[in-house]
Design a protein around this ligand. Sequence first.
Ligand code: IPD
Length: 283
Amino acid sequence: MPTPNAMSRDQIDELRAIAERVARRAGDLVRDGRPDRVEVAATKTSPQDVVTAMDLASEALVRDLLRAARPGDGVLGEEGGFAPGSTGVTWVVDPIDGTVNYLYGLANYAVMVAAVVTPDDGAPDPASWTVLASCVHAPGDGRTFTAGLGAGAFLGEERLELREPGPLELCLVGTGFGYRREARALQGRVLGELLPQVRDLRRLGSAGLDLCTLATGGLDLYFERGLQPWDLAAPSLVVSEAGGQVSGLRGHPAGQVMTVAGHPARIGELRAILESAGADDPF
Ligand code: IPD
């Protein structure tokens, strides 16, 4: 199994190029193949948590392209689950992040592809993986974010560098909501505590694009409960390579219980509010 330190810059660049090529191809399919009226193909954790035929088609294409480019690698995809590989590299794929936006014809959705290594060669877990390279491609508006470990984060050709936001009361904070009722009740309570302390909140509908938007300065801070590995892998590298932090609460790494992201100078204040509001309480 490769260790992240043993990966050369050329290897990282190659993985990043593959992630971008694959995400762009799937993005073309998703955008150009969108019917006038998108139907729900299935639901998952709740009636609000939907899958469209295009989620399935996009993931099938991504898997085919990755298999052709890197036959021995593993793949974890939102719709198709985990297929272990033999090289130590696993691709983490969200075939459409922001499916509800896609359903409604809103442009803020993305195809996300990331290459990770995991210490145990098992299913990718944000608590233990190292993300090597990634792409978040938004075909609806043409934004393409890429990142390579130690090689920077980019929007197209432009290198991204997180700027320090002003005081918390002037911070614009992005967030998202889970699909389960119990989760939403808790999230609503937390927002009630946070909203009076910040400039405003945004719920844009794609966790991946929220994180990438943070890296461009379009949001100052971001948090969300309930993110899955495919929501987090690709955009978390964009944030960290732009100089931001991505973490959980109470010293835990980012993951399903909580993901908080932002500039190192301001993220601690958001974490403190979320901790005191019990944003990670069981529900
Ligand atoms: C969802 C989006 C949404 C976030 C949800 C995710 P999906 O991903 O990223 O913004 O709030 O937690 O599940 O289902 O569209 O791939």
